[in-house]
Design a protein around this ligand. Structure first.
Ligand SMILES: NC(=O)c1ccc[n+]([C@@H]2O[C@H](COP(=O)([O-])OP(=O)(O)OC[C@H]3O[C@@H](n4cnc5c(N)ncnc54)[C@H](OP(=O)(O)O)[C@@H]3O)[C@@H](O)[C@H]2O)c1
Ligand SMILES: [Zn+2]
Ligand SMILES: [Zn+2]
Length: 355
């Protein structure tokens, strides 16, 4: 392809294949594009869901699939019309790389709801055809409007997960008005959950973590929780009945959501950000009693993502990461399934040079 160059990447060839070294085309930067050398990319549980085609009903995976939407890197080249960035800048890219810019959602800066958005991977690629390829790669080319700035005081490996785990937990807390003095629950202490704890704590809430892993209790307290409940203990759960203003559910697998709905106070809200493969069963009475609401929330818009990054810069917030070489990615996926990650894998993309 004349308008493209070859980049190194890790891709999955099918829903049952492990990720393996590959090469992919990337477009040469157009006028408005920024070319980025990827330094770190976080591993989101959504990468695993999509590599294994677990979301086939909502968004089937097209193979080969190059996942990764928690990207930080350095600008290597910019198009002639780019004004915000220059070579050498430290930048970030999250889950979105384009949108139509004209629909009511885009006009409000809520590109995550644009009917014509382009996701960082597994979306139709308007430039090269086929689908977009994500951040498990040595470089990426992105329209400058979807490129974000990383505050200079933040560690880069720990900043990558802010681009999905960070914004996905920050956005619903802002939307539902989490504030000082409220009682906030976070269900599941993984990548998203541990960011949720940090944000709820920074916003001044009383934070209660619900975990299935008793061994995470001390970490939860260190991360900013005021209380930790091992959710398999029904009696302990009941001591919190009808008391929460807001609960953020980050669980990636099937679980009993009614047990959490019943912990909301009157008019309280539970927001689902976890996206399990199979539908969850909701008892009507869990909602009717107490006029509670159940909602969901996807990532966040570009302006809010920058706001979140700046909030992290101000409060010195990054993810707790285990940095791994790309060669360990398949092992990392197996550990994710066992809830064995403290609390996000961040791939050091320098390792791809030798792949
Ligand atoms: N809405 C969005 O825009 C958005 C964005 C990113 C990710 N997601 C989704 O959010 C979910 C979480 O992602 P993540 O990257 O944070 O995953 P993760 O790091 O694997 O964390 C998930 C946590 O859920 C808990 N968990 C796992 N299996 C469970 C089970 N069977 N029963 C109860 N709890 C269980 C575990 O916490 P404990 O050990 O503490 O119990 C685990 O650490 C995924 O489904 C992902 O696709 C959604
Ligand atoms: Zn994600
Ligand atoms: Zn739009």
């Amino acid at each position: 392809m004349q308008n493209a160059y070859t980049a190194k990447a890790y891709s999955a060839a099918s829903e049952t294949s492990p990720l393996a070294a590959d090469t992919i085309p990337r477009r040469n930067p157009t006028d408005r594009d920024v070319q980025i050398e990827i330094l770190f990319c976080g591993i989101c549980h959504s990468d695993l869901h999509q590599v294994r085609d677990e979301w086939r009903d909502a968004m089937p995976t097209v193979y080969p699939c190059v996942p990764g939407h928690e990207i930080v890197g350095r600008v290597t080249k910019v198009g002639s019309a780019v004004t915000k960035y220059k070579p050498g800048d430290l930048v970030a890219v999250g889950c979105l790389v384009d949108s139509d810019q004209t629909c009511p959602n885009c006009r409000e800066g809520l590109e995550q709801f644009c009917p014509n958005f382009t996701l960082t991977y597994n979306s139709p690629d308007k430039h090269l055809g086929g689908v977009t390829y994500g951040g498990y790669s040595d470089s990426i080319v992105v329209d400058e409007r979807f490129v974000l700035r990383v505050p200079a005081n933040l560690d880069l490996a720990g900043s990558a997960p802010l681009l999905c785990a960070g914004i996905t937990t920050y956005s619903p807390m802002r939307h539902w008005g989490v504030t000082k003095g409220q009682k906030v629950g976070v269900v599941g202490l993984g990548g998203l959950g541990h960011m949720g704890v940090k944000f709820a704590h920074a916003l001044g809430a009383h934070v209660v973590v619900f975990t299935t892993s008793p061994g995470k209790t001390e970490d939860a307290l260190r991360l900013g929780a005021d209380e930790v409940v091992v959710s398999r203990d029904a009696d302990e759960m009941m001591t919190h009945a009808a008391s929460f203003d807001f609960i953020l559910d980050t669980v990636s697998a099937n679980h009993d959501i009614n047990a959490y709905l019943s912990l909301l106070r009157r008019d309280g809200n539970l927001t689902l950000v976890g996206a399990p493969e199979k539908p969850l069963a909701v008892s009507a009475f869990s909602l009717i009693m107490g006029r509670r609401t159940l909602s969901g929330s996807p990532i966040g818009g570009i302006a809010e993502t920058q706001e979140m990054l700046d909030f992290c810069g101000k409060h010195d917030i990054t993810a707790d990461v285990e940095v791994i070489p790309i060669q360990k990615v398949n092992e990392a996926y197996e550990r994710l399934l066992k809830s064995d990650v403290k609390y996000r894998f961040s791939i050091d993309m320098a390792s791809l040079k030798s792949a």
